[in-house]
Design a protein around this ligand. Structure first.
Ligand SMILES: [Fe+2]
Length: 127
């Protein structure tokens, strides 16, 4: 069974999908099984990939890495996502933009929050 919110990538065409509802089927793209992306939170490259969450007056700001991640055509942060009390907010990013996002939520009303980001080469990271 594919767990809800897991992220899969096609090794052939680079499609990336998220499971919105669990099912029993095997995920296939380009006639090959899709790869389940495992979270990374430390190790090689963590200084440029682990999302850093910061409270602001108007919500939350997420920066990817303590050192800014490259935002080039073939290597960039594709999206940053926060999950706040079961609601998901996602910012898509493009090459040339900053590897960061702001989410306008009242920090005082949020009890549980988690953050993840996706690098087009180095995969899924969380903090
Ligand atoms: Fe990367």
């Amino acid at each position: 069974m594919t767990p809800k919110n897991d992220v899969y990538r096609c090794r052939v065409c680079d499609n990336v999908i998220e499971i919105l509802k669990s099912g029993d089927g095997k995920l296939v793209c380009c006639n090959a099984p899709m790869e389940l992306l495992k979270y990374r939170s430390e190790g090689s490259g963590e200084e440029k990939h682990v999302p850093v969450l910061e409270k602001t007056e108007s919500g939350f700001k997420v920066m990817v890495g303590n050192m800014p991640h490259p935002m080039e055509e073939n290597h960039c942060i594709d999206w940053i996502e926060i999950r706040a009390d079961g609601k998901i907010y996602r910012q898509s990013l493009n090459p040339g933009e900053e590897p960061q996002a702001e989410f306008f939520l009242d920090p005082e009303t949020v009890n549980q929050i988690s953050v993840r980001s996706y690098c087009s080469i180095h995969g899924l990271w969380k903090s």
